[in-house]
Ligand binder design. Sequence first.
Ligand SMILES: [Zn+2]
Length: 117
Amino acid sequence: MRIRCKKCGWLQDCFWSENYNPLDELVTDHMKACLMSYSTTKMDTWMADECGISYSDSKDGECTVDSKDYVVFYLQEAVNKIRNMMWRTDTEWKVYKTANGPKCPKCNENSLIEEAC
Ligand SMILES: [Zn+2]
């Protein structure tokens, strides 16, 4: 589940757990290979477009990107997720919501909604 503000668009990624957190997503064999090879890797074209990552070709929804750009993008995403995380767990969110209502940390409106990840 993730939390999104209907009014200003503020978004918190899915809650974390022992099995899901930004660091576990980064420390994969593929990421290590990308970092060490300094070559290219495949990525969804829509994601490269949305994130401003340049690519050399695109076919069937995938494109080829510089592996260094790929790793840097995911590192920056992890930093953003960690900085933006207001409630690490579902339990923390429920405690906050019970005490404060669905008040957005950015715009202070009671406009936070829960969405599936
Ligand atoms: Zn808001």
